[in-house]
Ligand binder design. Structure first.
Ligand SMILES: [Zn+2]
Ligand SMILES: [Zn+2]
Length: 279
């Protein structure tokens, strides 16, 4: 029987999962997912994440402000509100069991229309990118100050993400839901950072992911579900949950032609070390 798996990135605080969390955690236990990093992506979510950590022994909270909060939570150009939120995140770092800052980063995939109307007037793509970078850097500074690992969300923004991360090369970092090329994976892994894969590797068109998994040994690799998003092939369109992490591990075993147990052992060890979990 499989020893254990650790889901290094899930959003159990989201409405689709929180409403039936006991069942979700039971299902996870049944596929040997014994620990779950619950990732906050805005202030409210980060608080919920901390609460989940207090309530459930197998849940470990990460806290942070995702680049999309700028638009979704109306923080763009609201320096005082951003200052307050950063302050709150800093306070939350003192809560028990918090294992990382994240998810934080840059996301240029889904930028608002350019230029678009905010209450403040016309705002362009460049302004949003600049604001994302600033929010990202401020949270990296928190991580550096407190010596915390960071969970990086980076989409369509590899160059800018790496430029910023190179200024924080001592930080422990994982690039979650990895969706870049082998070349970029090499650059990240050479720096001593990790990458983590979701069930997007089970999608037939994800050739890059499969190539990367074949290329590296498992020492820089972690696995995650990013639940409720990104359900595995065969379950696409359904609400994803940590129990499906087994599909990610199985796919890696299949690609590398190794035993599932080996994937479980490596990825668990990496997660325990990265987040400094008690095993
Ligand atoms: Zn993300
Ligand atoms: Zn996420």
């Amino acid at each position: 029987m499989l020893s254990q798996l650790i889901d290094t990135h899930a959003h159990l605080d989201f409405p689709d999962l929180i409403g039936r969390i006991d069942k979700v955690l039971d299902n996870a236990q049944n596929t040997r997912v014994t620990k779950i990093i619950n990732v906050g992506n805005n202030l409210v979510g980060s608080r919920k994440s901390v609460d989940l950590g207090k309530k459930y022994s197998q849940i470990y909270p990460s806290i942070g402000l995702h680049p999309h909060v700028l638009v979704e939570d109306n923080l763009f150009n609201e320096d005082k509100l951003i200052d307050n939120q950063i302050f709150e995140i800093k306070q939350l770092l003192g809560e028990e069991k918090v294992v990382a800052i994240g998810e934080i980063g840059l996301d240029y995939f889904r930028l608002p229309e350019t230029p678009f109307d905010f209450a403040q007037g016309k705002v362009g793509e460049i302004d949003i990118k600049r604001a994302q970078k600033e929010l990202f850097i401020r949270q990296l500074q928190l991580a550096a100050y407190d010596n915390m690992p960071v969970i990086i969300h980076s989409r369509d923004s590899a160059d800018d993400t790496l430029k910023i991360m190179n200024e924080f090369s001592n930080l422990k970092a994982v690039f979650h839901c990895f969706s870049y090329s082998l070349e970029i994976a090499k650059e990240i892994i050479n720096k001593g950072w990790l990458i983590s894969f979701t069930a997007n590797i089970t999608y037939p068109n994800n050739k890059d992911g499969q190539e990367i998994i074949r290329y590296f040994d498992l020492s820089p690799i972690m696995i995650e579900t990013d639940a409720p998003f990104l359900a595995p092939q065969g379950k696409r369109g359904t609400i994803n949950e940590p129990a499906n992490l087994l599909e990610v591990a199985k796919k890696i075993a299949e690609i590398k032609q190794i035993k599932l147990e080996e994937v479980a052992d490596w990825t668990t060890k990496n997660a325990v070390n990265f987040f400094d979990l008690k095993n």
